[in-house]
Design a protein around this ligand. Structure first.
Ligand code: PHE
Length: 355
């Protein structure tokens, strides 16, 4: 065997890591490595000698190259084995979970609403919070300069010359309009979301949440409205003794209109929904005004329905016992820890909407 082959094979065998092995490679096969130099001598040999020496030198180069490749694989495998032996993870060890977030009661109640109304065949609809004047008022039978505009303290958004006036929507009712105009009847939707009014005290914040309900179909009457509200409120408060009272009222977009009260009673010194010791108002409702149906391009002789609007924050306060609405939006972590719900630990409605 060639002396170089013997020597380099021994050096390869002795190389303890990748760096040492690479040093051997450079010394043997690098640009000025010994085997490379030897290969260069072939050019100066006479043809007869080259015929004999050529294959020998090439064989040396191939043998050393093969030894290096083989050793490289072996070193890599050894390194992997070492890592596998030392870097073992014990997946059964307890971990530091860090601070946990919680689900805001408003989000929780929105989920509950979606769940209840899904059982009744309602889809969830959405609309923009910066709304145009037409959807928020005009199409809802509140023409310009109508005194009903003053019922809600509106935030106006500056619009450019000749542009449609914009408002922060004062209620979720414009979603009724958007729903009717963008699809084909029948409709059964709820529209939960943020609304804005210039108002602030313990029970009013400039931003709050409402859920709108809308049903448009043929032969819909007040009885459907009453049943739907009763079924919804019983499922939401998880009590069968929820009693409703409908009082005649006025909304420009419904005719007839009714405000709905629920009965309350006292339990352990606290006022709870259920029973009928007293009444409190929870929502506004009515049969959708023919003018509204017409404004959406539908024939009011063919299609009727009912609508209702309800404060979500107020529902949360009544169900989960908070008494200051402003705390909902202060972002105080102590409040959130107390009133928030834990993910995967949220109370599910015990019964849903039973038949
Ligand atoms: N949009 C009304 C409000 O904000 C509530 C309502 C909705 C009343 C639908 C009737 C029908 O006060």
């Amino acid at each position: 065997m060639h002396e170089l082959q013997t020597r380099f094979e021994a050096e390869v065998a002795a190389a303890g890591d990748a760096a040492a092995l690479d040093a051997v490679r450079v010394a043997a096969l690098g640009k000025s490595g010994e085997i490379t130099q030897l290969l260069k001598t072939l050019g100066k040999m006479d043809p007869e000698t080259r015929k004999v020496e050529g294959p020998k030198i090439h064989a040396v180069r191939e043998a050393v190259q093969a030894a290096i490749t083989h050793k490289k694989d072996a070193l890599e495998q050894a390194e992997l084995d070492a890592r596998l032996a030392t870097e073992r993870l014990d997946l059964s060890l307890p971990t530091d979970t860090g601070p946990k977030g919680s689900i805001h009661p408003v989000s929780q109640v929105m989920d509950e609403l979606a769940e209840i109304f899904a059982d009744l065949g309602f889809a969830v609809a959405e609309g923009p919070e910066v709304e145009d004047d037409w959807h928020n008022f005009t199409a809802l039978n509140i023409p310009e300069a109508h005194p009903a505009r003053a019922m809600q303290d509106t935030f106006y958004v500056e619009a450019g010359e000749g542009e449609t006036p914009l408002v922060l929507r004062t209620h979720t009712s414009p979603v009724q309009i958007r729903t009717m105009m963008s699809g084909k009847p029948p409709f059964r939707i709820i529209a939960p979301g943020r609304v804005y009014r210039s108002d602030s005290d313990a029970t009013h914040t400039p931003m709050f949440h409402q859920v709108e309900g809308l049903v448009i179909d043929k032969n819909i009457h007040l009885g459907h409205l009453k049943w739907t509200l009763e079924t919804f409120l019983k499922a939401f408060f998880e009590r069968d003794d929820v009693v409703l009272r409908m009082r005649p009222s006025y909304f420009p977009f419904t005719e007839p209109s009714a405000e709905v009260d629920v009965g309350w009673s006292t339990e352990k010194g606290r006022r709870v929904v259920g029973g009928s010791e007293g009444w409190m108002e929870v929502l506004g409702s009515g049969m959708v005004h023919p003018k509204v149906i017409e404004a959406c391009g539908l024939d009011p002789n063919e299609w009727q329905g009912f609508a209702f609007g309800c404060g979500i924050d107020r529902l949360a306060m009544l169900k989960y016992g908070m008494d200051d609405l402003r705390a909902f939006f202060d972002g105080d972590l102590r409040w959130l820890r107390h009133y928030g719900f834990r993910f995967l630990d949220v109370p599910t409605l015990s019964a849903g909407v039973g038949a």
